[in-house]
Design a protein around this ligand. Structure first.
Ligand SMILES: CC(C)(COP(=O)(O)OP(=O)(O)OC[C@H]1O[C@@H](n2cnc3c(N)ncnc32)[C@H](O)[C@@H]1OP(=O)(O)O)[C@@H](O)C(=O)NCCC(=O)NCCS
Length: 442
């Protein structure tokens, strides 16, 4: 094993030190002309599992332990903020300092050149699976939709550029919304699309991004945030496993999304995962503008069953549930009296297949919000998957949350190895089981 690889990763995972000194030592190493590191495998993957998990238990969180989060081993019975609101005059007025040679910018998504720059940053550096075979490839239209819901603020589309070249090398965003947590409705921002160029990883740029977005959000009078991550930080309010239902098994095997076992050949897989050509539920169709009010009420009523859920205004509901090809698809079932009885939706999330001779991309349909009242859950989801397959999606994913668990086996979902951890920033509440969570990240 190459020595440099071990050292640099020790730095990321194991070096426990004062945060500011980490930032400073990172700055000295930073050269905008550095090669993109190929050897960024986490050290913990290189050592036996039992030792790795022991080391993780002892990991100290230089940044997160300083934040208003529920800390490890806290026993929580209340449902309230951790630190109180502050007046604008009490909030730091200037942006946090970046390493020398870098500057803060706003990314203007209405400007096609800037949108393309953001797309390129994410396309080359955003979330990868553990085996580094796939990388999320959120399309420009998806980014515009995800980052400009009602109430969006340009000040919360925050980028970092290299001063000399202007290259966009990091990004973080927030969008406003409301959540209900147990019996309280909280004004929050959803923090998403945090990305640091691979060349700048492990240099404590991410904590600066997170502090800066917090400052900007606080200045607008919001003190709570919601985010999800694949990494375990102190402390998730809940954690949901991701499940997959193959729609195009042949391609998924070819790109190594799923292995074939001895008992399951491609031929068997094609049979096992085949779906009818057409949907079967009478009245199942894409949602229309005139359905929005009824569909909004249907979802609102359904969400009252859960402990953590979004609270959508009418405008927000229309924004999130109006179909947009390649971004979001939404369906309703209507009865003979044109009443909306059921709702189904999925996000369109392609991923780049990294270094594959035949396939460049796979398309995932990620379940968004579904409500079955008159139609059975399995028929509703089966029809949604048929529509997704007819829309060229290769796999249908869902988080194990809400009521989905009891239908996963019948619908031929298989469990993934990834967990999505849910975090509330500056909010303390008891943890929740996945079936009590009804919040789907973008
Ligand atoms: C996530 C990412 C921005 C972190 O940057 P980095 O250079 O690896 O990490 P840094 O050295 O700057 O900062 C490390 C700190 O960020 C925290 N961190 C890492 N990933 C995080 C995440 N997804 N959410 C919140 N905090 C995270 C670490 O726990 C650490 O804090 P700690 O010392 O308290 O443990 C970067 O790895 C990246 O762009 N990854 C691909 C995109 C991605 O996964 N984005 C997050 C999903 S929205």
């Amino acid at each position: 094993m190459d020595d440099h690889k071990v050292d640099s990763q020790k730095y990321v995972n194991l070096k426990i030190t004062d945060e500011e000194s980490v930032i400073c030592s990172g700055i000295r190493d930073l050269q905008p002309s550095d090669e993109i590191g190929e050897n960024k495998q986490p050290l913990l993957m290189d050592i036996p599992g039992s030792i790795a998990s022991t080391l993780k238990m002892f990991k100290k969180f230089a940044f997160w332990s300083t934040q208003p989060m529920v800390q490890k081993d806290e026993y929580v019975t209340s449902n309230r903020c951790i630190t109180p609101k502050r007046r604008a005059a009490e909030i730091r007025a200037e942006p946090y300092a970046l390493p020398i040679g870098f500057m803060w910018v706003l990314v203007d998504l209405a400007n096609n050149i800037e949108l393309e720059e953001l797309y390129k940053l994410l396309n080359e550096n955003y979330v990868e699976d553990g085996r580094k075979l796939f990388r999320l490839d959120n399309q420009p239209d998806f980014l515009k939709w995800a980052l400009k819901p009602p109430g969006w603020k340009s000040d919360w589309h925050v980028g970092v550029r290299v001063e000399t070249t202007g290259q966009l090398v990091a990004f973080i965003s927030a969008i406003p919304g409301k959540l209900r947590c147990y019996n309280k409705v909280i004004k929050v921002v959803d923090v998403n699309f945090m990305c640091v160029h691979k060349r700048l990883r492990g240099k404590r740029v991410a904590p600066i991004l997170m502090r800066e977005i917090t400052r900007r959000v606080n200045l607008k009078g919001i003190f709570q945030a919601f985010f999800t991550a694949g990494v375990h930080l102190p402390t998730p309010v809940g954690s949901c496993r991701c499940w997959h239902r193959f729609l195009n098994p042949q391609k998924l095997v070819e790109v190594r999304y799923t292995p074939m076992s001895r008992n399951l050949t491609v031929q068997h897989a094609l049979q096992l995962y085949s779906l009818p050509n057409e949907t079967k539920t009478k009245g199942f169709r894409p949602i229309r503008e005139e359905d929005m009010d009824q569909a909004h009420k249907l979802l609102e009523k359904y969400l009252t069953r859960f402990k953590l859920c979004p609270v959508f205004s009418k405008d927000e509901f229309s924004h999130w549930f109006t179909p947009k090809p390649g971004v979001i698809e939404c369906f309703v079932v209507t009865d003979a009296k044109n009443q909306v009885t059921d709702l189904a939706s999925y996000l369109c999330l392609p991923s780049t297949v990294i270094q594959h001779a035949k396939h460049k991309t796979i398309s995932a349909a990620n379940a968004f919000y579904n409500v079955a009242t008159k139609t059975s859950w399995s028929d509703l989801l089966n029809d949604t998957m048929i529509s997704a397959r007819n829309n060229q999606m290769d796999v249908f994913n869902t988080l194990e949350q809400m009521e989905i668990k009891k239908h996963l086996a019948t619908l031929k979902f298989v469990p993934g190895d990834g967990m999505q951890h849910y975090y509330l920033f500056n909010w303390r509440c008891p943890p929740m089981e996945p079936q009590h969570i009804a919040l789907t990240p973008l």
